[in-house]
Write a protein that binds this ligand. Sequence first.
Ligand code: 5AD
Ligand code: SF4
Length: 478
Amino acid sequence: MGQHTLLDGAKDRTVTGETVADAKPKTIKNTKKLFIKTYGCQMNVYDTERMREVLAPVGYEPIDGPEGADMVVLNTCHIREKAAEKVYSELGRIRKLKEKKAKMGDGKMIVAVAGCVAQAEGEEIMRRAPIVDLVLGPQTYHKLPEMIAKISRSRGERLETSFDTQEKFDALPVARKPDGYTAFLTIQEGCDKFCTFCVVPYTRGAEFSRPVDQIVAEARSLVSQGVKEITLIGQNVNAYLGKAPKVEGDGEWGLGQLIRHLATMGGLERLRFTTSHPRDMDDELIAVIAEEPKLMPYLHLPLQAGSDRILRAMNRGHTFAHYRDVIARIRKARPEIALSSDFIVGFPGESELDFQCTLDAVREIGYGAAYSFKYSVRPGTSGAALPGQIDEDVKSERLARLQALLQEQQKAFNQSLIGRTLDILVEGTSRGQDGLFGRAPYLQGTHFKGDESLVGTIVKVKIEDAGLNSLSGTLVDG
Ligand code: 5AD
Ligand code: SF4
């Protein structure tokens, strides 16, 4: 599953393909200035953080915009056509800044394109955008310092799109530099499922799970620096099967076992995981959902479509009845759980009746949040060649109907929380006077009044108001 969740102002999770300008304002004299722009999913957010970390020892300090930067990295997303197109328009803007910098005698701006567009269209980027100095795929960013050194000596490869995920994780330091109290931790990458609409198996490669010891060491580093909540991420995170800790011998652990183990870590208060596939929800994981209080009661489990005919054409490998059964088991295990999903409308061959099955499925399951997209033809996927491609206006009309229903459910879910007292992880201050901002267990941003000293702690807030995306309430003592 390509989990494609975005960030908003602080650290938000919504849809995919949008832009997140994330950088830190600090600059130190005589250091080189780095601007990384992140598009797409949490995997890219994590990769951006890791790129910053590998570039810090060679003198790069993050800044909050491309102007005057010594290095600009676009960390790109290829999941839908629109996301991929953004790269070229952004490169047009960067070109002007690069020329301006050179004209002012202010040194060279190195421009790099990283991420999934780099992986899929590396050669084309170099051809179409001569200002690009480096193109590197998602499995190669640990080589950035070396590549920069090589291009400054005007020799060496400008294009690096090899696919050795293990080498990348072995090369990256386990020590992290977290930014805040919640962090992503990639535990699994790539996908072997080949849904017929999806580029992920081509851009991120085959499924790879990091060894448990490496994950634990990274989690420890995060927690020792104040992180309270870790979201374990992977394109197919519940297919995780990683080398068991050395002390346990030669076996492999699934996601359930990994979560149980991480939950014993002192100081780590909350765990989440995303994105999952309905075929990989095994009994152990469902038992952990039932039994582990540190695991938040919110699960993203994409259905994509409600019609069995379309699910088959998508190569999802399950029916709606299977999905319904998995959900029933999860809800029985943890009744307070909220669900979210991804949906695609207008997949080739989707009839009005098929689309009605998606609406029916949404009505039956009931979601706390969801992300929905018009099918976008992706080069290289088998869906691109299917007959019965749907007109753009039919897709738009179906998307509008689906989103109206999903928004209604999301609003109703948020309003159902009014009157309840929720644990909120305080992430920072909010715009209003003496306002604080945090995350509810169900991921909504939550606003309330309180003292700044509470930032980084988990507090109880009685919910009094709910909008489509956020909650607000009053701090409850104790
Ligand atoms: N067109 C539209 N949506 C897509 N997604 C993946 N590939 C495509 C595509 N070609 C959606 C799926 C997936 C989410 C991350 O993006 O719903 O779960
Ligand atoms: Fe997810 Fe299917 Fe894409 Fe794999 S191929 S990342 S399972 S949507």
